[in-house]
Every structure is written in C-alpha cells, then in structure tokens.
Design a protein around this ligand. Structure first.
Ligand SMILES: [Zn+2]
Length: 245
C-alpha cells in the first residue's frame, strides 16, 4: 500500500486539482492524507446567507469533509491558518509543521500547487514554497527509502477556461493520471463545495447542474523531487506518460 499526502491552502483546491486522483487512490486501496491549510473564510458564500467569516469557515470545513468523504480521503487535517494571509506567516512555521507531518505519516508521494499557484493566488504560492521546504526538511529525519516524491499539480483545463495567471510561467508537465473512471466522483466532490458555485461554474461549467462533461479524463503533474534530489523537467515533445498509482 502506498500513502499519498495532498497539501492545499483552501477547501475546494483538492477537488479542482486532484479530485480524480484522490478517488483513484482510494479505489486502488491506497491511503490519502489531505491537509487543508486555511478554512477559506475569505471566500464567497454562494447561495448561503452567511453573516461572518467564522461561520463561513465552519461551513466550508463541512463542505470539505463531504468532499473528502466522497473521494475516500483516509485522513483529513485542518490547520486553520488565516485565509489570504499565508504569505505573511513566518516562513519556517508552516514548513516545520508540514515536515513533522511528513516524518510522522511517511507518505511515498506529496502533492501540492506549483510555484505559479495555478491561479496566481498568494496563498497557493505560499503553500508551494512551504511544502517544498517541508519535503527537504523531512528528508533530514527520514531514511533514504522513506523519502517521498514531490509532485506539483498542473491544471491545463484551468488555464484554458480562466483568464487569471500566476506570476511565473507554468512548469512543464511530466506525467498524467488517468481519471476517466473517476470523473463522476470528481464532479460529486466539486458539487459538495456548493458555497463555491461561482468558482466551479467558472472553471467547470455545467458541473454544479450535474453535467460532468467538462471534466477531463486526466489530471496532470510535474515531478520536481525524487530520492532527495531535484528533478529538472524538460518540456515533453511527445505524449505525456501515464503515472501509475
Ligand atoms: Zn485555493
């Protein structure tokens, strides 16, 4: 059995970026840990009448728990750092905590956002930095055979559908996971984030109404670190290879 750790800043990032991969891991008997760094209190509230940020945070935590249950996440952790302010945290604090989680749980794979954050959101970029530093820090306490591989997720679908961009160029994709049997699960997980109807409609039009046609058959990744060494990826000229779970 393999363990996968997914680290994202907001409730819903996991479903947008990796919902199909999470569901596939579950179906293949692998364990998944999802760490959500904030509770998304600065987000929209969609159709709900929500009066304060605290109430929105609790509501989004419940939506996240529903999505995680749909995707079969083994372990869901909420860090409850302030939404929209991760780039102002002491840089060592989050990465130290994440390094501790990696050393304790020993995932074989760690997945997070790339340096452009996909959307350019400062929290996404801050989490990329913290997770990358955490993997390197964890290696100091792990045996070589315990070192996790680090992947950044890429969402070419998002780049196609949404105009916002990060400050850096997207990294070359090095592999893809076939999620064709898990598109419905990804759709169900996105629908669990009902308060985020605006974002879901933007990136995945039709899904909130139950039409999963826009959800693609693959989720895309860039391998950036393996066996304690950075992996320098080159743009692929031919087909993108499949990542077998
Ligand atoms: Zn986000």
């Amino acid at each position: 059995m393999k363990r996968w750790m997914f680290v994202f800043p907001h409730p819903d990032d996991e479903s947008f970026a990796c919902g199909g991969t999470l569901a596939k891991c579950t179906a293949e008997g692998q364990e998944t840990c999802l760490i959500c760094i904030t509770s998304g209190c600065k987000g929209r509230s969609g159709p709900y009448q929500i009066d304060c940020r605290e109430q929105l945070a609790r509501h989004r935590e419940r939506e996240l728990a529903s999505a995680a249950a749909i995707l079969g996440v083994t372990r869901l952790e909420l860090y409850r750092y302030p939404d929209g302010a991760l780039d102002a945290l002491d840089p060592g604090e989050l990465s130290n905590r994440l390094a501790g989680a990696i050393v304790e749980w020993k995932p074989k794979v760690v997945v997070t956002f790339p340096p452009d954050g996909v959307t350019g959101h400062p929290d996404h970029i801050a989490v990329c930095k913290a997770v990358t530093a955490a993997v390197e820090r964890a290696e100091r306490e792990l045996a070589l055979e315990e070192y996790p591989r680090l992947y950044y997720v890429s969402i070419p679908h998002y780049y196609d559908h949404c105009p916002d961009k990060g400050p850096l160029a997207a990294l070359p994709i090095t592999g893809k996971v076939d999620i064709s049997s898990y598109r419905g699960k990804k759709g169900d997980a996105l629908r669990a984030h009902r308060s985020q109807i605006y974002s879901v409609n933007r990136a995945y039009p039709g899904v909130m109404e139950g039409d999963d046609g826009v959800i693609g058959c693959y989720e895309y990744y860039t391998l950036v670190r393996s066996e304690g060494q950075p992996v320098r990826s080159k743009p692929l000229s031919a087909r993108i290879p499949l990542i077998e779970l």
